[in-house]
Design a protein. Sequence first.
Length: 267
Amino acid sequence: MTKPDRIEFEAVCNEALCGWDVVETGRASVRATAHGLRLTVEPGPGYSNAQISDYGFGGRAPFRLRWRPPLVLTVIAQASAPGRDLRGTAGFGFWNHPFSPDARRLRLPRAIWFFFGAPPNDMALGHGVPGSGWKAATIDATRPRAWALAPLAPAAVLLMRAPGLYNLLWPKIQQALRIGEAVLPDALLAERHTYRIDWRVNEALFSVDDAVVLHTSFAPRGPAGFVAWIDTQYAIVTPQGRFGFGITALERPQALTIERLTIEPQG
């Protein structure tokens, strides 16, 4: 298989917005500025999502998932506020776009990314890791070992409600789902930082300004597409069986600026 080409952009892009597939749902915009691509959502009714990707979701190209390990992703980014002042979700990295309010598509999730979710977002998938906040995270529920757990899910949800059984059993389920997570300080979001993901075949390293924040063997196998976004939704998915989705109202505009982005296949 031919490896995808190296992708890079820095600061101002051309009128085609660097060739990214752009989604502007609701009160959202994606604009080239002197500081890079600025993804903005504003207060208003309904769901809003400002997003760039390379999997063709916006309809300009057939849907595709082009990236597999080994590769290195480097992103220089900054949000408009610290995590405590943001709503909805935001982030950047690779996933297989399993579901979204924008699309009628459902598949098991696979992702390796930096992800932010503001309360009431509650995706408490890492053992002992909060369900909201700014995280480095991986998941791959598409592996056969994960499929084998599906018939046991109703019983497992009941067992997870007992703290002792959760502590005993969830780490094994987390391993089957290839879930690796580390919480990052929410204050990082309002500052300009360099984020890096070394996505390898059997491991993944996440770094912020060259300091490793997560080293996990739970690396997705691929394929996945690149995505960066900021939106107004939240999701609730917990081992104890709490599930839900919804839209969060904004009090003020909020944005994610991607100053520089590089994807470099290795090997």
